[in-house]
Design a protein around this ligand. Structure first.
Ligand code: SAM
Length: 260
């Protein structure tokens, strides 16, 4: 006997007409924010990208100095650094080229970089060692989970999101980092006056992100619409690719207001 399709079985078991059964199935599809916060949908794909010998050695030798293990318990940000400074979080630093340059140029902040990709972690550690930077720490884990469980509320002076994966297909929009539920989570972690700085070369994603940021009552756009380039943000390879392909850069800078 052929196996029944799951949908048919639901319908038969519930004794529902086909239309009602279809509506029920639609109701069961993930809604905006669902899945992304419980970890069943991810904003990244774990690639088995090749790690160089130098990156592997850097992690082995200097990892304990820079890498904070994902513990699932709230962090005390001040305990991570010798000098207490306001903390800026970067989500998805890639190879960390903007991370170390910003940490060097804006040394008045400490930085916590989050990335899932091992070669990027190794590359950033090489640069931190090479430039003697003491104000960067790394967590190699899903940034959404880190935000949820390790970052205390109102503890971040800033959040950087540069060239996040755009997930251009409509059916993948639920994997985007910039969506209402994640923006609300990020806003909750900023101190009053803290900033969220987002940059992409994909205009459609920029406007999608802007809609989420605009709908978050805690955040206020610092500009009429898109922001000008902040002069302290270095270009990364994604920006070079974008320019070579004739695409522009879309920047958004929002500040968290004080509770009224
Ligand atoms: C397109 S790359 C951009 C890298 C870098 N920001 C740049 O401008 O060069 C996006 C990066 O975000 C990382 N990423 C995406 N979602 C993440 C998440 N939830 N947690 C940690 N890293 C994430 C990916 O592994 C990838 O390296």
């Amino acid at each position: 006997m052929p196996r029944a399709e799951p949908e048919t079985r639901i319908s038969e078991a519930a004794g529902m007409p086909a239309e009602a059964q279809r509506t029920k199935a639609e109701d069961q599809r993930p809604k905006e924010g669902e899945g992304i916060l419980d970890g069943s949908i991810h904003t990244f794909v774990l690639r088995s990208g090749r790690i160089t010998e130098a990156q592997r050695r850097a992690i082995e030798r200097f990892g304990p100095k820079y890498i904070i293990p994902f513990t699932g318990a709230p962090l005390d940000p001040d305990s991570l650094f010798a000098d207490k400074k306001p903390l800026v979080l970067e989500i998805g630093f890639g190879m960390g080229q903007a991370t170390w340059k910003i940490a060097q140029a804006r040394a008045q902040f400490n930085y916590l970089g989050i990335e899932v990709h091992t070669p990027g972690v190794g590359r950033l550690i090489i640069d931190l060692e090479r430039h003697g930077l003491e104000n960067v720490r790394i967590i190699q884990h899903d940034a959404i989970e880190v935000l949820k469980v390790m970052i205390p509320p109102e503890s971040l002076a800033g959040i950087h999101i540069f060239y996040p994966d755009p997930w251009p297909k409509k059916r993948h929009h639920k994997r985007r980092l910039m969506q209402d539920a994640v923006v609300a989570l990020m806003a909750a972690k900023l101190v009053a006056g803290g900033y969220l700085y987002f940059v992409t070369d994909i205009e459609e994603y920029a406007s999608y992100a802007k809609a989420s940021l605009d709908s978050c009552a805690a955040l206020k756009n610092q500009y009429e619409s898109y922001a000008p380039r902040q002069e302290w943000r270095p270009e990364t390879k994604f920006e070079h690719f974008a320019k070579d392909s004739g695409r522009g850069t879309f920047e958004l800078l929002y500040i968290k207001g004080s509770p009224s």
